[in-house]
Design a protein. Sequence first.
Lengths: 372, 560
Amino acid sequence: MPMRHVAIVLGIAGFWAGLTAPAVAHAPGTLGFVIRDWFTAIHESKFMDECPEGLNIGNDEFWWRSQPKDLRARITGNGLERASRRYWEVMGRGPNGEDICMNPTLIKDPPLRVAEGKIGYGDNLDGTTDGHATAKTCKHDKYTSPDGKTGIDNQMARLVGCTFGWRKSGMVELHANEERGTAGHGMILVEVTGVTDPRNSDDVTVTFYRSIDQYTIDGTGQPLPFSTYRIETYNGKPRYADSLKGKIKDGVLTTDRGDVKLPFYGNNAFMHPVIKDMALRLEIAADGNTATGMLTGYYDVERFMYAMGSVGQVLQTAQVSCPAMYVAAHQLADGYPDPKTGECTMLSSAFKIKAYAAFVQHPQKERRQASR
Amino acid sequence: MRRHFKTIASVAVTVAVTVAALTACGPKEPASEGGTPEMRRLTEEQYRNTVGDLFGPTITFGGRFDPLARTDGLIQLGARTARVTPSGFEQYYTLARSIAAQVVDEEHRETLISCTPADPKTADDACARKFYAQVGRLLYRRPLTDDEIKTPTVAAHDVATSMQNFYNGLAYGLAGMMVGPKFLFVMENTEADPDRKGEVRLNADARASRLSFLLWNSMPDDMLLTAASKGELFTKEGVKRQVDRMVASPKLEGGVRAFFTDFLDLRKFETLEKDPVIYPSFNVKAGEDAKEQILRTIADHVVTRELDYRDLFITRHTFVTAALARIYRIPAGRPDGGWTAYEFAESGPRAGLVAQIGFLAVNSHPGRSSPTIRGRAVREVLLCQKVPDPLSNVDFSLFNDPNSPHRTARQRLTAHAVTPACAGCHKITDPIGLGLENFDGSGALRNMENGEAIDASGDVDGIAFKDAKGLEKALRDSPAVPTCLVNRLYAYALGRPIESGDKNAVAYFQEAFAKDDYRVPALLRRLTASDAFFKVRLPKSEAATQARATDGLSAKDTPS
């Protein structure tokens, strides 16, 4: 599921003493993080210049337009029923009443309005300056970041940038983030090991786990820093444990690129997207309580569309046409071409993340402490 | 569970052996003048413990009681002058009715009522009398007189008849007993001392209560009252047998916890509030756990492991929950909120009771730390020293000004203390409290305040230190620390303040405590085995009257 702004909860090790940050007592050499907020990095201009034709219309409106007046009146109770009450009718626009978000190729809607413009967030994933096709990528447009960095790839932002559900106040990612907070499912833990200094370490390993504990929140609903989270295991081993090498410089964690399978949960749907060529950049706050940053890489089109089809009623508020988005997603895909068709299968992406300090507890540590 | 009992048994054996040896060869107890016998209201915890011991844990009740004043450093002493207000009586009455109703309900009556009425739809005086005699002995902590049994029996008869329900009547009579002063107040009755003409002694039942409320913080049980009725509590051997049994009981921990709750003034946790914006991690759960952490640490240290009391101030061994771990910034052993043992790192900034979240947070303001409050708490609570109250017209503008040029508490206090009227007291408190400035108002560690490095140096009674661990070491080595504990425990055990006539006895216990390597169970043994523990005298004016009135009479109960 693409996201605009990701929050991670980090657990930080015991070498803060002497810094401006509060001291932390922890196993030396380890930082822990857990992601709280995760939003697709869309550059939203003040006057919505990136969407000159306006925002997309969604499934509900397409359904509305397709129905005769008397049927609409009957199903909507003469306009008295909320849109959410006709969710199943709206989704069942397939030729035989099929769910058109789960089967987005069954019908055709007018083309999706995709985001335009030159400014966007992300990283240069293909290494080119102009987005020309390579053995690993398809031709695409590049962005320049707001702070002047050129060659930015972020086709995911183009795909969802003019769809209300992914923009500010949109519910798709906001709801997913909040739901993780209340359900406690699919929270991403990030553990940084090999840390010699929490502000400067040349060689660290960053590993991504899934938590089985819920957030502990404060009076405002935000996670409390330095909570402890147990990692999920399967057959005695961590269910998710992909790693990247990285470094910390002046409190900023950056990783090399690599393929990472991440846990995810939101809008009643579980996912485990594999983000190819993924890298993480996190700025750790001086007080050590939080960290913000960006996660970039290639996101699989089919996995994205499948997840979107599982989202459910949140889509009713998102103003999105699944068939139109499916077509656009394949058109915008810029990474990992299919060997047979040559069509790219993945979207360059960037996600904004917010994280809170946390402790990542491994099963063996849990057992050891419990036996004391 | 088995391990727990094993530990307790081990402690008991150790204590028994130690005390047997020490009483044989330790310092000799000086003669004690004794104090006047007292009457004091049950504390809330004593009330709850008594109901729990008498009727079992399935009897549930809420409610709060009128607060007791803390006098001479102990709530136990404030209970001597406690009254029952009209609203407090209403609370007692509501509780008593609730408890009595549960005792006679269908779930409990078979196990809690030893007789069955001939007809449950009418009164049964014989069954009621039997019940009130049995329960009343434990409620009143002594055998009941015939009149005391008759009163609830008559009440129960009337209600049972009018309501055509024996159990409703029984509950009515029981509730009446539970709102009476004979239950709500511990009365130390005396009798003429047959060995010392013209003097009085605590009667056997009062001795049982002294023992049980000191060691268990609850009523005497059946075995203790039976021993009392046989006169065994008038002999050293008889007392020792009972103390052996009581120290071996799991309820000893409850007694020790109750003393330290009182001694350390942990009642302050009931009104502890922190600004959730400034200290988001310090929620209600953290506050509750912080208090419990102090008590767990103490119980483990002084009861389970029977270690040197002074080492409480330097121990790195404690227990934490997830709520506390967040503030300590350590991994929680159990993210589900349960307790796990934890050892603070030797190289870390924390050790000892004073550096625990509980002490730091409860002795701070809602939104910031307070070296003055912390210093005062150390002086008054741990060292038994009196710090004068602040003047009523103190200018706090330096502390409340958000644009103050003084970034750290040390700077603010230095500026504030130029006022001569304030300087005197701050010299007493601040050099101690500033040693804890590396911990904010929630007890979390910090190295900076408003961007400026914190200087946590200070001194306590001429002993300089650099940080909190230095302060704790100074307290650990301070002779005033064990002396204070002995003084407070002596007063707590006897239920009255230390008087001039106690000087020698207190000095004896202080010396004995040192010889016992500052083990609290050993001190409890010494105390309960001493003459001073049970020694009472009438007030001088009454003593003369008493002497005349009882001259030539045999020993007989005389209400104090």
